[in-house]
Design a protein. Structure first.
Length: 492
């Protein structure tokens, strides 16, 4: 079960955190995905829905107990079986009278849908159909429970639910409904409810407890300490932290900046990233760090940089520029559309090419990150761009995708990114290679064709005999000369 997270209320008392919106996309048999999931054709049987109905109700009841007054739950499955859908909703509403279904007809008007079912039968895995729980045989009551039948269905507006059938618009099958917690009602009392027969008393007691308020049950649970891989801790900083001293002065950050919600993920002296959250997130993390494993949260604002990059050891990040700009002073500059286009056009832009008013403001600014702000006008929203300022030039210190995003907003053509240039170069190289291969193959074929067209020259047999005789006579002369030389040497 999802744990009860503790937070401080207005009186500084620790209370359970309540949520305004909850999505219950519960496990299901998935029979609505038969068109794409062929394995279901072999594995599906009616007993699957009967077994998963209990789990679905537990998840929905837990979500309802965590919902704040006026909050809403969206319950959804990719199944069309009413045991997994309307039956789960109906049993939960009967157990929690302070909740109600809301109409879904006003959402997505072009989506073809059908209203929820208000009557259905329940089939046991043996193939036996039942209209009501009283008709269920004793041997089948272990798997078929009273919560699966449409008793009192007319009182809970099940037609407000949404059913999407595959044949209506070439989709999968889905079930969706919206449940709201009434604002004026108090928490529901512990409503006893008859459950299916169990083999022993302990199992029956456990199932009965599922209908009670799950907040009480979850609070009594003994949570095990997580012994696996642990994420880096969230360490929230104080206003007088060492990392804020140089940073506040360089970027001229006002005193209204939320320093108390800034955090780091390392206990080292030089933290790599400085991020910001909100007071509620800070309280949730600090009060529940042993209950839940938080992987990531907040917004990164500053990142540690080398000394030669700037006189400040932290540079402002583009992802947090829009937030930090509201607290910046002398490092925030209002620019015109023409100046914003210039810095987005090339890798580097001379300061002298800027408009005179802007040039006078930035010419003596020390090296480091500054922010250019283009005010919203017409269809163009506010644009905050991190710019790296050097002695003579300025250039955007943002990713290629972010630069092209701003260019598209201003009606400019996007620039080719390094990734696209590399791909284009590879395509050109491949084209040249194919062309060279084609030319080589054509030359080889041309040479073969030329040889086929040339007449074949047959050697003259008489010429070959005379040539052989001449070679033999030459060999005889050479042997006679060698013999004479050997005779002369012997006589001497």
């Amino acid at each position: 079960r999802f744990p009860n997270l503790k937070v401080f209320d207005k009186n500084k008392n620790l209370v359970n955190l309540k949520y305004d919106r909850i999505l219950c996309d519960v496990p299901c048999t998935g029979d609505g995905t038969l068109r794409k999931n062929y394995a279901i054709w072999k594995k599906w049987n009616q007993g699957q829905a009967l077994g998963i109905h209990k789990l679905q109700r537990r998840i929905l009841l837990r979500g309802m107990d965590m919902l704040a007054e006026g909050g809403r739950i969206v319950y959804s499955t990719c199944s069309l079986n009413p045991i997994e859908n309307e039956a789960s909703i109906l049993s939960a509403l009967k157990n929690r009278p302070e909740f109600r279904l809301l109409p879904t007809s006003g959402y997505l008007p072009e989506l073809k849908r059908e209203p929820g079912l208000t009557s259905w039968k329940v089939m046991h895995s043996s193939g036996t159909w039942y209209d009501k729980f009283d008709d269920v045989e004793e041997k089948h009551r272990k798997s078929v429970s009273p919560t699966m039948f449409p008793d009192e269905a007319a009182e809970h507006n099940l037609q407000y639910c949404m059913r999407v059938y595959p044949h209506q618009q070439n989709t999968g099958g889905f079930f969706i409904c919206i449940i709201e917690r009434k604002e004026s009602e108090k928490a529901s009392p512990l409503v006893p409810e008859v459950e299916e027969a169990e083999e022993n008393v302990e199992e029956k007691t456990e199932e009965t407890n599922l209908h009670k308020n799950t907040n009480t049950l979850v609070d009594k649970m003994k949570w095990k300490t997580y012994h696996g891989y642990r994420e880096d801790p969230f360490i929230f900083l104080k206003r007088d932290a060492e990392c804020f001293k140089n940073l506040t002065e360089f970027y001229d950050i006002s005193d209204s900046f939320p320093y108390d919600t800034m955090f780091v993920r390392s206990v080292e002296t030089k933290q790599r990233n400085l991020s910001v959250s909100c007071a509620r997130i800070r309280d949730i993390i600090e009060q529940n760090e042993r209950k839940i494993k938080v992987i990531n949260c907040g917004l990164r604002l500053f990142s540690y940089c080398k000394e030669n990059f700037s006189s400040c050891c932290y540079r402002l990040l583009q992802e947090g520029a829009h937030f930090t700009a509201g607290f910046m002073g002398k490092k925030l500059f209002e620019v015109s559309v023409a100046d914003m286009v210039k810095v987005l056009a090339a890798e580097s832009c001379p300061k002298e090419s800027m408009e005179a008013a802007l040039y006078e403001k930035i010419k003596d600014v020390p090296q480091g990150i500054i922010v250019f702000h283009l005010k919203a006008a017409g269809t163009v929203p506010d644009i905050f761009a991190c710019v790296y300022n050097t002695e003579n030039n300025v250039k955007t210190y943002i990713t290629e995708d972010e630069k092209n995003h701003f260019r598209l907003i201003l009606g400019l053509e996007p620039l080719l990114t390094k990734r696209e240039l590399k791909k284009q170069k590879a395509i050109e190289h491949h084209r040249e290679k194919r062309q060279a291969t084609a030319e080589r193959v054509a030359a080889e074929q041309e040479e073969i064709a030329r040889k086929k067209l040339e007449p074949e020259v047959k050697p003259d047999p008489d010429d070959s005999d005379s040539h052989q005789q001449n070679n033999e006579s030459d060999k005889d002369v050479e042997s006679e000369e060698i013999k004479s030389e050997m005779v002369d040497e012997v006589q001497n």
